[in-house]
Write a protein that binds this ligand. Structure first.
Ligand code: AMP
Ligand code: MG
Length: 422
């Protein structure tokens, strides 16, 4: 498995049919999904180091859980067949059965044994009564019958049986999964290597670091730290490709570095079709560009290209638009390429805590959060220059492509940041 060569994407994989002016969000997502494939390599890791990784192969249980029938409680065990209705008094055998200390012998019918949680049921025992329901003097145990057969016991393999598929390929391992795999005797897993996501900012006005001096006509690079953090939150390895001016030679050099050091590149700025949109022009000439004009607000242009075979997402320069486009388009695409399959955002229906009317023809994403009354509040300004709204928000309200008038109390679709892994 680890020698597999990842499939290469076709040069024209992002092509849109001729004549399409504005691409609805759902069409764009569908095309992206169809164009992409898992490209991450695989490796074998100890389970203890595999948290956050995506399984590249199914995990098969090496033993059953539990491996043998055992007691679910502290109490007294016996054969059910020898008990009946009314007060039961059974002589106790010497010794006891405890977790990790199995009873070495058989319990005769009509007798009982002291047994503790997790202890394998000794031969002759199929039923356990809870110690709180018993009286004992050390020689006898008494309890009220009837008792249900196999009460307070766990069957071998009642959770998972040996040979069963415990987790399937494509599943991202979480803490709870490490418990399951370990319980099933699985010590190593075949996983995808994390995708390396390169992040590049472009623009003559951009100052790469907030530690540097900015002139009045300059702005600090907000997109790169944001996109690097998003890439990290998506369990990829972020690769900082820095910031370059709007110079095709510099952008090309940065993309070359990205193609060598990353599996996917997120580039922001310059992706429209204006005079200074060198990213579009460059990708057009050398990167098999398809510029998708997506019918959404914010963030209309989305440039998709291959640079030396590496997929490039040309995101809008505006940080609010870059954030939304990355969450809506780059995240599921990166998840698919990582081997974890297409990732749908988590959505919940909330009552609107606002009013709004929108025209038909484009989907809208509003910076939103859940108010004290449980309703979805939206940020006071829809201006996409308002970066503070991204921090104010805890998610996005997604309004459908159709025309719509929303009154307070109407249901709206809320996509929490957490549902994007953010
Ligand atoms: P562009 O897509 O290059 O035309 O940029 C659109 C807007 O986003 C302009 O106002 C840019 O100054 C701004 N912008 C572009 N890149 C960044 C960035 N990395 N950080 C903050 N703002 C940016
Ligand atoms: Mg620019």
């Amino acid at each position: 498995m680890s020698n597999l060569i990842p499939p290469r994407l076709r040069d024209d994989c992002f092509a849109m049919p001729q004549g399409v002016e504005w691409v609805p969000v759902d069409d764009a997502l569908e095309r992206l999904r169809a164009a992409l494939a898992p490209i991450a390599q695989t490796e074998t890791l100890p389970v203890s180091q595999a948290s956050g990784r995506v399984l590249a192969a199914d995990c098969i249980a090496r033993r059953s859980n539990p491996p043998r029938p055992n007691s679910a409680v502290d109490g007294y065990g016996f054969a059910h067949a020898a008990t009946g209705t009314g007060v039961q008094r059974l002589p106790l055998v010497a010794g006891r059965a405890a977790a990790g200390q199995p009873f070495d012998g058989a319990v005769p019918q009509g007798q009982a044994i002291r047994i503790l949680t997790g202890a394998i049921l000794p031969e002759g025992v199929d039923t356990v009564v809870l110690e709180e329901d018993c009286a004992t003097d050390g020689a006898m145990v008494a309890f009220d019958g009837p008792v249900k057969p196999r009460a307070n016991t766990r069957k071998a393999g009642e959770d998972v049986t040996e040979g069963a598929v415990a987790l399937t390929a494509g599943h991202r391992l979480r803490a709870s999964d490490l418990a399951l795999l370990s319980a099933l005797g699985i010590s190593t897993v075949e996983v995808f290597r994390p995708l390396r996501v390169g992040v590049l900012s472009t623009g003559d006005e951009i100052v790469g670091s907030p530690a540097d001096q900015a002139e009045p006509h300059q702005i600090y690079d907000a997109n790169r730290p944001m996109l690097l953090a998003m890439a990290a939150a998506w369990d990829t390895v972020p690769v900082d490709l820095g910031h370059v001016r709007d110079d095709p030679t510099l952008i090309a050099a940065a993309l070359d570095r990205g193609a060598a050091e990353a599996d996917v590149i997120l580039i922001s700025g310059g992706a429209s079709a204006g005079d200074e949109d060198h990213v579009s022009a460059l990708l057009q000439s050398r990167g098999h560009l398809t510029s998708w004009r997506i019918a959404m607000k914010p963030g209309r242009p989305l440039a998709l290209a291959l640079w030396s075979g590496v997929p490039v997402f040309g995101l809008p320069g505006n940080p609010v638009a870059a954030f939304v486009c990355a969450a809506i388009f780059a995240r599921p695409a990166i998840s698919l390429m990582s081997g974890a399959g297409w990732a749908e955002p988590l959505a919940m229906t909330l009552q609107a805590g606002f009013s709004k009317s929108k025209k038909a023809g484009r989907r809208e994403y509003l910076r939103a959060r859940i108010g004290a009354d449980g309703r979805a509040e939206v940020f006071a300004s829809e201006g996409s220059g308002r970066i503070s709204g991204l921090s104010w928000a805890t998610g996005l309200v997604e309004l459908p492509d159709e025309a719509l008038t929303i009154q307070p109390g109407d249901p709206v679709r809320f996509l929490p940041y957490q549902g994007f892994g953010l």
